[in-house]
Write a protein that binds this ligand. Structure first.
Ligand code: NDP
Length: 307
C-alpha cells in the first residue's frame, strides 16, 4: 500500500490551495481530483468576484492556474475518484477506483458540495448557457434582464433578492403555496417589487435556442401549463455536501456538512481535516473555499509536527 504524508481529496479551490500550502511546507502532498477537476466553479463561465482580477477571470483558467501553481510547487496531482475510506483506529486510508488504497499521515477532505438540479434534460442542455445554480457567480450577466429562481428556501429568497437588485424582474418558482424560508427572508422577498412568486408551480422544461435560455415552461399543481420569458434560470433547491464516504467517522450536521472544531479545519478524527464547501453550508464562495484550504494545510502541518 502506498503511504504518503499529506493526502488531499478534491480538486476545487479548497483542495488546490491546500496543495499549494502543503507543498510549500514540504509535506509532499498528493491530491486526487475526481471527475470534475476544478470543482463547481467550472460550471460557471466568468468569475468577477475572485480578488486579484480587475476584469474578471474565466473560471476554467482560474482553476487551471491554481492547479498549475500547486504542481509547480511540488504537489503530486492525480486523477481518480475516491470510492471508499477507512478512518477507523487512527487509520487514514482511502481507496481510489476499485483497487488502489493509499494511507496518509494527514488527510484533507475537500470534496465540495454539489448543487441539486431538477434533473430535466433541457436544464442540463442549457447549463452554463443561462442555467446556473449560483446567483452570486452569474447574476451579473443578467443585468436589466428577466430571470427565474426555483425554490422557496432561504437560499432561493437570498438569491432572488440579490438578483432583484440587478435584474428587471425575478420570478420565484415555488412548488407549494408556502415558502420554506425564514420569516425575515420571506418578508424581504414579499417587499421587493420586482420579485413575483409563482406559487404551486413546477418546471416542465427550460426553453431556449442556440444562444441559450429564453424561457421556462411551467405547470401549476392544478394542471395548467404556461410559459414565462426569462434569460436566466437559477436553481436554488439546496446543495448536497460530498461527505458520504467519510461520515461514518467524522461528525456531520443534519444536512451532511462536516463539522470542524471552532475556526480550525480539524474534524473529530485526529489527523483528518476538512476544507471548502464540504464543511461550509453558509458562504460557499471560491475565495472562502481557498482560504479554508489554506487553514487545512496549516493545521495538517502542525499536526504532522506534533504541535
Ligand atoms: P432548503 O432545503 O431549505 O430549501 C429548498 C427549497 O427548494 C424548498 O423550498 C423546497 O421546496 C425546494 N425544492 C426542493 N426540491 C425541489 C424540486 N425538485 N422542485 C422544486 N422545488 C424544490 O435549502 P436551502 O439551500 O434554501 O437552505 C439550506 C439550509 O441553509 C437551510 O437550513 C437554510 O435555512 C440555510 N440557509 C440560511 C441562509 C441565511 O440564514 N442567510 C441563507 C441560505 C441558506 P419544499 O419547501 O416544498 O420542500
Amino acid at each position: 500500500m502506498e503511504k504518503v504524508r499529506c493526502l488531499i481529496i478534491g480538486g476545487g479551490p479548497a483542495g488546490y490551495t491546500a496543495a499549494i500550502y502543503a507543498a510549500r511546507a514540504a509535506l509532499s502532498p498528493v491530491l486526487y481530483e475526481g471527475n470534475e477537476p476544478g470543482g463547481q466553479l467550472t460550471t460557471t463561465t466568468m468569475v468577477e468576484n475572485f480578488p486579484g482580477f480587475e476584469g474578471g477571470v474565466d473560471a476554467n483558467e482560474l482553476m487551471s492556474a491554481m492547479r498549475a501553481q500547486a504542481v509547480r510547487l511540488g504537489a503530486d496531482i492525480r486523477r481518480g475518484v475516491v470510492t471508499s475510506a477507512d478512518l477507523s483506529d487512527g487509520k487514514h486510508q482511502v481507496t481510489i477506483g476499485n483497487k488502489e488504497t493509499i494511507e496518509a499521515d494527514a488527510l484533507i477532505i475537500a470534496t465540495g458540495a454539489s448543487a441539486k438540479y431538477l434533473g430535466l434534460p433541457s436544464e442540463r442542455k442549457f447549463r452554463g448557457l443561462g442555467v446556473s445554480a449560483c446567483a452570486t457567480c452569474d447574476g451579473f450577466f443578467y443585468r436589466k434582464k428577466d430571470v427565474a429562481v426555483v425554490g422557496g428556501g432561504d437560499t432561493a429568497c437570498e438569491e432572488a433578492s440579490y438578483l432583484a437588485g440587478l435584474c428587471r424582474k425575478v420570478y420565484m418558482i415555488v412548488r407549494r403555496d408556502v415558502l420554506r424560508a425564514s420569516k425575515a427572508m420571506q418578508q424581504r422577498v414579499m417587499q421587493t417589487p420586482n420579485i413575483e412568486i409563482l406559487w404551486n408551480c413546477q418546471t416542465q422544461e427550460v426553453l431556449g435556442d442556440e444562444f441559450g435560455v429564453t424561457g421556462a415552461r411551467l405547470q401549476r399543481n392544478d394542471g395548467e401549463v404556461f410559459d414565462i420569458d426569462v434569460d436566466g434560470f437559477f436553481l436554488a433547491i439546496g446543495h448536497h455536501p460530498n461527505s458520504d464516504l467519510f461520515k461514518e467517522w467524522v461528525s456531520v450536521d443534519e444536512a451532511g456538512y462536516i463539522i470542524t472544531e471552532g475556526k480550525s479545519s480539524r474534524t473529530c478524527v485526529p489527523g483528518v481535516f476538512a476544507a471548502g464547501d464540504v464543511q461550509d453550508p453558509t458562504y460557499r464562495q471560491a475565495v472562502n473555499a481557498a482560504a479554508s484550504g489554506c487553514r487545512a494545510a496549516l493545521d495538517a502541518e502542525k499536526y504532522l509536527m506534533g504541535i
